[in-house]
Design a protein around this ligand. Structure first.
Ligand code: SF4
Ligand code: SF4
Length: 111
């Protein structure tokens, strides 16, 4: 086989029928703007914490929707709560509040 120096990325399948969606439901109950996110990435592009870490609000939301609760909670600790992403979001998602909820959820979701 010819080595082109790159390869297709590994297939990553998420079975949402088996995902643990407790955190997603818990956040949606407390801040309905969570449901408005279209994963456009504007928040991530402007993120202050993203300049110093690999933190991405969009990726954290993906983790929540995939049921990766402990990953999402761990990621939320990297946010500096500056609120810049709230200004960048075209869907008026209350990003800062959602990060705070994920941190608070740490006390309720022992995973
Ligand atoms: S900017 Fe708003 S809609 Fe876009 S990924 Fe971030 S939270 Fe979601
Ligand atoms: S509030 Fe958090 S996620 Fe939003 S821009 Fe600031 S550091 Fe990034």
């Amino acid at each position: 086989m010819v080595d082109f120096g790159f390869a297709p990325i590994e297939i990553n399948i998420h079975d949402l029928d088996k995902a643990d969606l407790r955190l997603s439901a818990w956040i949606s109950e407390r801040d309905e703007t969570f449901k408005l996110c279209i994963a456009c990435g504007s928040c991530t592009a402007t993120c202050t914490a993203g300049k110093f870490t690999k933190f991405s609000f969009r990726e954290m939301c993906h983790s929540i929707r995939r049921g990766e609760i402990s990953e999402a909670i761990a990621e939320s600790e990297k946010c500096m709560l500056c609120g810049k992403c709230t200004l960048a979001c075209p869907r008026n998602v209350n990003t800062r509040n959602i990060v705070k909820l994920v941190r608070k959820a740490n006390q309720n979701f022992k995973v």
